[in-house]
Design a protein around this ligand. Sequence first.
Ligand code: SAM
Length: 220
Amino acid sequence: MKFNLLTIFPHIFDSYINESILKRAQAKDLITINPVNLRDFATDKHSIIDDTPYGGGPGMIMKVEPLYKAIKDIRSKAKKKHRVVLLSPQGKSFTQKVASDYAKLDEITFVCGRYEGFDARVSEFVDEEVSIGSYVLSGGELPALVVTEAVARLLPGVLGHEHSADDETYSKDLDYIEYPQYTRPEVFEVNGQELKVPEILLSGDHQKIKEWRKNKSSKK
Ligand code: SAM
């Protein structure tokens, strides 16, 4: 799957996408992450992509022409199942369900805003608007990374067996929460208190462990 990240800061992703799971997924050719510089689509010689708001008010607004040109260019080269997603705190909420829908695509483009956001006319050229939560960040780059990672880890081969996404929180439905997990030591002593791993997990009885986990998960 190909992820296009349309931004005015194409190098902002460098460190994160070149570590761990996203790095391995790219090395295995399971995903391509393609930062695209919005300034390359500016319509003037100074590569200006923002301007003051009509009607007055603070800050700058991202101009519609460069966004239109960039999205048009990306669409003209895109694979068949492709969607353009505008990142906005005003968009529909990003959930695990949305992540699994996106994981069925061949290509996805995230449009990252900055400043006071976009000229509202850009909505005409994208397929949907998505928010990663009810708070405001300074740019769409972190949301783009959040969505990229949530989608990429659902693609076949991206996670090894040891990191299977099958049992994880929200994997079955949005009410499902994963059971509690423990690792060594069996007893952790702190402030005179012994925090023990539940005995059932040490029993080796797989059926009972399965039932215990199911029970804990639904209680959570
Ligand atoms: N003035 C805009 C508003 O009030 O809705 C907020 C603009 S915000 C400072 C700049 C950019 O960051 C947005 O255009 C968007 O791309 C991104 N952004 C900020 N918070 C976000 C969120 N919760 N989810 C997705 N994108 C977000």
